[in-house]
Design a protein around this ligand. Structure first.
Ligand SMILES: Nc1nc2c(ncn2[C@@H]2O[C@H](COP(=O)(O)OP(=O)(O)OP(=O)(O)O)[C@@H](O)[C@H]2O)c(=O)[nH]1
Length: 284
């Protein structure tokens, strides 16, 4: 899905999330485990206010496991519970329910003390485009999509998905925008496939990716493109990759656009292994 984030669209997206906030006990904030910072909405804290939340580091199968652990500690240090999940394979689904129960222990105990009948936890997924919201909903839903009727206080009936006996999920996720004005964030979003290629210059994005690999995963870069050493000049690196991979124009010159495309494709399709593009920055 291509979404144009005009100011009006952002305001509408925000309103839609805000309206549904009162229906749920907890927010599942879905982020990409490879870029947990860049795939967050910049206004998320303001939007969800004090609503309890669980951060879900999705696509953890494509991220560096050690770095993902660091992110979990990072969120933990801020008093935010985070879990690494893989919605495609269904890893971490049980933990979502148990973590939600844990986060809401006090709230539900208070409700019980007031004589409110025990009920399932109500949750809503929010996240930027392509982060895996639908995949997670389908994974959690299995075959349990059920209309649970009108929710008091809202005119439009909300569709809830039952996840076992203990959790109910709103069937429509909240779509939020990323911090796309930032060039670096934009490159990371493009490298992970979160934003469409046409928005950014492909060569710039691939240069960002190559420089990142050179710094963080040099061995994988060398192996993938059979390089003895990594050339300092980016043009030389493009030339070497182009020649080895046959990304040439009709006259035999290296086609830089093709090189850029193949590098981005390789990164997105895990040809360079699981990658984490950012580490937590304490004191942010
Ligand atoms: N490897 C991997 N791929 C995933 C995972 N979760 C989702 N995907 C893939 O990511 C892509 C986007 O997933 P969607 O569920 O369509 O994302 P979405 O957030 O609903 O996207 P929008 O509808 O654009 O807002 C799909 O190709 C999924 O198969 C995961 O945990 N691991």
């Amino acid at each position: 899905m291509t979404i144009q984030w005009f100011p009006g669209h952002m305001a509408k997206a925000r309103r839609q999330v805000t309206e549904k906030l009162k229906l749920v006990d907890i927010i599942f904030e879905l982020v990409d485990a490879r870029i947990p910072h860049s795939s967050r909405n910049p206004m998320i804290d303001e939007i969800i206010q004090h609503k309890p939340r669980l951060v879900l580091l999705n696509k953890a199968d494509m991220a560096d496991k050690e770095v993902t652990k660091e992110w979990i500690h990072f969120f933990d240090a801020q008093g935010i519970k985070a879990l690494a999940i893989n919605s495609q394979a269904g890893t971490g689904m049980k933990e979502i329910v148990s973590a939600s129960k844990w986060i809401l222990t006090e709230k539900f105990a208070r409700m019980q003390a007031k004589g409110v009948k025990p009920r399932a936890i109500r949750a809503m997924i929010v996240g930027i485009p392509n982060v895996g919201k639908s995949t997670l909903i389908n994974r959690l839903a299995k075959k349990n999509i059920a209309k649970t009727g009108n929710t008091p206080g809202v005119t439009k009936a909300q569709q809830w998905i039952k996840v076992g006996k203990e959790l109910e999920l709103l069937d429509t996720p909240g779509i939020l925008w990323p911090k796309f004005e930032d060039q670096e964030v934009g490159s990371k979003l493009a490298l992970t496939g979160a934003i469409k290629d046409t928005i950014l210059n492909l060569q710039d994005v691939s240069i960002y990716g190559l420089r990142f690999l050179e710094k963080e995963y040099p061995q994988r870069l060398k192996e993938r493109y059979q390089l003895q050493h990594i050339p300092e000049e980016i043009v030389t690196l493009f030339n070497e990759i182009g020649k080895r991979r046959g990304a040439l124009m009709s006259g035999g010159e290296v086609d830089y656009d093709k090189v850029a495309e193949l590098v981005i494709r390789d990164i997105r399709s895990e040809q360079l292994g699981p990658l984490s593009f950012e580490k937590p920055q304490y004191g942010e």
